[in-house]
Design a protein around this ligand. Structure first.
Ligand SMILES: N[C@@H](CCC(=O)N[C@@H](CS)C(=O)NCC(=O)O)C(=O)O
Length: 203
C-alpha cells in the first residue's frame, strides 16, 4: 500500500492527521506539486484529476478523495471511531463533515485558488471576483459554526471526528487566501487552538 501525498496541501494533510489520530503508519510517496509532479503522465494514470492524495492498495486498487481514503482506514481500524458511532453519531459526523467541507473549506480554497497569483496556472480560468465573493461565505459560516461550538469541544458528539479534522485543515488554510484568523469567533478560536495543539496536527 502506498499513499501519494503532497506536503502541506490541505487534503493530503487531512489524511495524514486522520492516520496520526488512528496511530496508523502507511508508506508514503511524496508528490511535489510545486514541480507539477501531479501533472506527470505517470501520476495522471493514478488520478486523471491530477490531485493528491491518492492511495494505491496492494491489489492495485486506486483510491482518491481524501474522505474515501479515510473511510477505508476507518473500516480497517475502527478504533477510535472517527466517523461516529451508532446511527445518530454517524449521521451527525457526516452532517458536520459535509458542512465543514462544503461551507468552510471549499469557500476558503476558492478564495485562494481564484485570487492568488501563484494559482494562475493551476486554477484555469481564474476568476478573482469569484474568489473575493467567497470571503463572505467563509464569514457567514464562521458565525454559524461559532454558535454551534458554544460549550462544545468537538463539532459532532463528544469525541474528535473526521469533521473536526476537516475544520482544522480549513482554518489552517485561511492564511493562503489572506483570510483573517477567526479572532472574533471565540468558540471557533478555542476549538481550532485545541485541535492544532494535538500531536496529530503536525502530521
Ligand atoms: N476532493 C479531493 C480534492 C483533492 C485536491 O484538491 N487536492 C489538491 C491539494 S489540497 C491538489 O492536488 N491540487 C492540485 C491542483 O489543483 O493542481 C480530496 O478530497 O482529496
Amino acid at each position: 500500500m502506498k499513499l501519494y501525498d503532497g506536503g502541506r496541501v490541505p487534503n493530503a494533510r487531512r489524511v495524514r492527521v486522520f492516520l496520526a489520530e488512528k496511530g496508523i503508519d502507511v508508506a508514503r510517496a511524496p508528490v511535489d506539486l510545486g514541480k507539477n509532479e501531479h501533472k506527470s503522465s505517470e501520476f495522471s494514470r493514478l488520478n486523471p484529476l491530477q490531485r493528491v492524495p491518492v492511495l494505491v492498495l496492494d491489489d492495485g486498487t486506486i483510491l482518491t478523495e481524501s474522505i474515501a481514503i479515510c473511510r477505508y482506514f476507518e473500516e480497517l481500524h475502527p478504533s477510535p471511531p472517527m466517523f461516529g458511532a451508532g446511527a445518530k453519531g454517524r449521521a451527525l459526523v457526516e452532517m458536520w463533515q459535509r458542512r465543514l467541507e462544503l461551507e468552510l473549506y471549499l469557500p476558503a480554497a476558492t478564495v485562494f485558488r481564484h485570487t492568488h497569483p501563484a494559482m494562475t496556472g493551476y486554477q484555469v480560468p481564474q476568476v478573482p471576483a469569484w474568489g473575493e465573493a467567497n470571503r463572505e461565505y467563509v464569514e457567514r459560516f464562521l458565525e454559524i459554526l461559532d454558535a454551534h461550538l458554544e460549550g462544545r469541544d468537538f463539532v459532532a458528539g463528544d469525541q474528535m471526528s473526521v469533521a473536526d479534522i476537516t475544520g482544522l485543515i480549513a482554518v489552517d488554510f485561511f492564511k493562503a487566501g489572506k483570510i483573517p484568523p477567526p479572532e472574533k469567533h471565540a468558540n471557533v478560536k478555542r476549538w481550532h487552538s485545541s485541535l492544532a495543539a494535538r500531536p496529530s496536527a503536525r502530521a
